[in-house]
Design a protein around this ligand. Structure first.
Ligand code: ATP
Ligand code: MG
Length: 461
């Protein structure tokens, strides 16, 4: 472990000496200063990990020195030291950013060391916290400065202020979940939890227990009490994703909670009250669902207090270069690869592509390129080789990295590859088969299996 350093600031030489002894015995590197001015000089030369600062100093006193340190944005734990007469000043200093105070003469060496260790530990935790928050900031970073994105950001900022329900609409992959998370983080509930429920992924028979929790033994398999998402989201935000896929039965329950902010766990009898902000999202046209009778009209209006529509990527293609750069950088960093450069031609082609799978599709494509392209530069040719822009049908589902098994990925690649080669050879099956080294009949079979037909591909272009 690195030696910790401490700066002792006291005008009494005796105190400086005895404290130096104590800290050196405990393995600290010790610096000393006899005045506030000298302390500032020492710190400017070399940042200590911890400062012990006397309240009473000639000329610039301890409080003023503390203020100077704060002005200079030094993020240093400072412990104030005081004699009998001025303990109140030391206490007051803790309100102005000092970490703690100690009264002189010290009651024991242990007490001094305890205060020192606690101050260092808290500093460590604070730094860790800052890092975590910076990390979270990166994770929920929303890229884009096109006009539609600026408008979206404005809507998010406005909606974040209150606790009104928000309904986020938009095509698949446009960033609805990201919008929900950013909104939560900008809201006064940011300190509370952000709890996500994917209404489409949870089997209907489990969704109630998922949302409301259950008591032990309330049904077969309920071995323990379970706290539901509504409870977990107390004082925070509950994100009901894919709300369009929720059954009518569950819709009725959710509606009731919205009215009362109160519910019971499955198999329980106690009313549980929560303070939860609900954000819902769907890529379905909910009005249509209402007309079809698949979505409750009353629930729709309750959710739709603040509607936010996330625009499709094709309506904000100005953002594409920035997004590409952002994704390329983060994937390279994640995989320990050197950053890649997209040449202008490649970027232009990417920008002109309609991206039916929106940002998710673009993100997957960039990931594929960063990992699969061996060199530093990504060119138009490589986009073609990797079949990035060729098969809207495949890409719509998210590309190779959206599937789970090697076999599915291989199938996708095979289909991409065959289409590409057929296009290169003007859909001459015999020639293509010969070139890629398989039998003509086999190629026909594969084309049938993958649903590849010339007319279809042309329709899609
Ligand atoms: N503006 C943006 N900047 C950076 N990354 C983004 C942006 N928008 C979306 N993403 C990323 O794209 C991916 C898809 O976004 P998200 O999951 O929020 O979309 P969605 O609209 O919820 O999609 P679906 O309807 O399929 O659930 C995520 O990895 C997200 O972080
Ligand atoms: Mg989503």
């Amino acid at each position: 472990m690195n030696k910790k350093s401490v700066l002792i600031v006291d005008d009494e030489a005796g105190i400086r000496e005895s404290m130096t002894g104590i800290f050196e015995d405990e393995g600290f590197a010790v610096m000393t200063a006899a005045s506030g001015e000298e302390a500032l000089e020492r710190i400017a030369e070399k940042m200590p990990d911890l400062v012990f600062l006397d309240v009473w100093l000639p000329e610039m006193d301890g409080i003023e020195t503390l203020e100077r340190l704060k002005e200079q944005k030094y993020n240093l734990p400072v412990v104030m030291m005081s004699g009998h007469g001025n303990i109140e000043i030391a206490v007051k200093a803790t309100r102005h950013g000092a970490y703690d105070f100690l009264e002189k003469p010290f009651s024991s060496i242990e007490r001094v060391m305890l205060v020192a260790r606690l101050a260092l530990e808290r500093q460590r935790l604070e730094e860790e916290n800052l890092l975590l928050r910076a990390d979270a900031g990166r994770r929920w970073h929303m890229v884009g400065s096109s006009a539609p994105m600026l408008a979206l950001r404005e809507q998010i900022a406005l909606a974040a202020q209150g606790s009104a329900r928000v309904l986020i609409l938009g095509e698949s992959g446009t960033g609805k979940e990201l919008v929900a998370r950013v909104l939560h983080e900008q809201s006064p509930r940011a300190m509370g939890a952000f709890i996500e429920v994917n209404c489409a992924a949870i089997p209907q028979e489990l969704i109630e227990s998922e949302l409301f929790g259950h008591e032990k033994g309330s049904f077969t398999g309920a071995l323990e009490r379970k706290i539901g998402k509504f409870e977990l989201a107390n004082n925070g935000t509950l994100f009901l994703d894919e709300i369009g896929d929720m059954s009518l039965q569950t819709q009725a329950k959710v509606l009731r909670i919205m009215e009362t902010q109160e519910f019971q766990r499955v198999g329980g009898s106690k009313n549980i009250k929560v303070d939860v902000r609900i954000i819902a999202a769907t890529n379905k046209n909910l009005m249509e669902e209402v007309k079809k009778g698949a979505f409750r009209e009353d629930l729709f209006y309750r959710l739709n207090v603040i509607p936010i529509t996330v625009p499709p990527l094709r309506d904000r293609s100005e953002d594409i270069p920035e997004l590409v750069e952002y994704f390329a950088e983060s994937f390279a960093a994640e995989n320990g690869l050197r950053p890649k450069r997209f040449d202008d031609h490649a970027l232009r082609v990417i920008q002109e592509h309609p991206w039916p799978g929106n940002i998710r599709e673009l993100k997957n494509a960039v990931e594929r390129l960063v990992i699969m392209v061996p060199g530093q530069d990504i060119t138009r040719k490589q986009l073609e080789t990797l079949g990035i822009l060729q098969s809207p049908e495949i890409n719509r589902s998210g590309g190779y990295f959206a599937v789970r098994t090697l076999r599915e990925a291989r199938d996708l690649f095979e289909r991409d590859f065959i289409i590409h080669k057929l296009q290169e050879n003007a859909w001459n099956v015999s020639r293509t088969a010969e070139l890629i080294g398989i039998e003509r009949s086999n190629l026909h079979k594969k084309m049938r299996a993958f649903g590849i037909t010339e007319s279809k591909e042309q329709d899609e272009q």
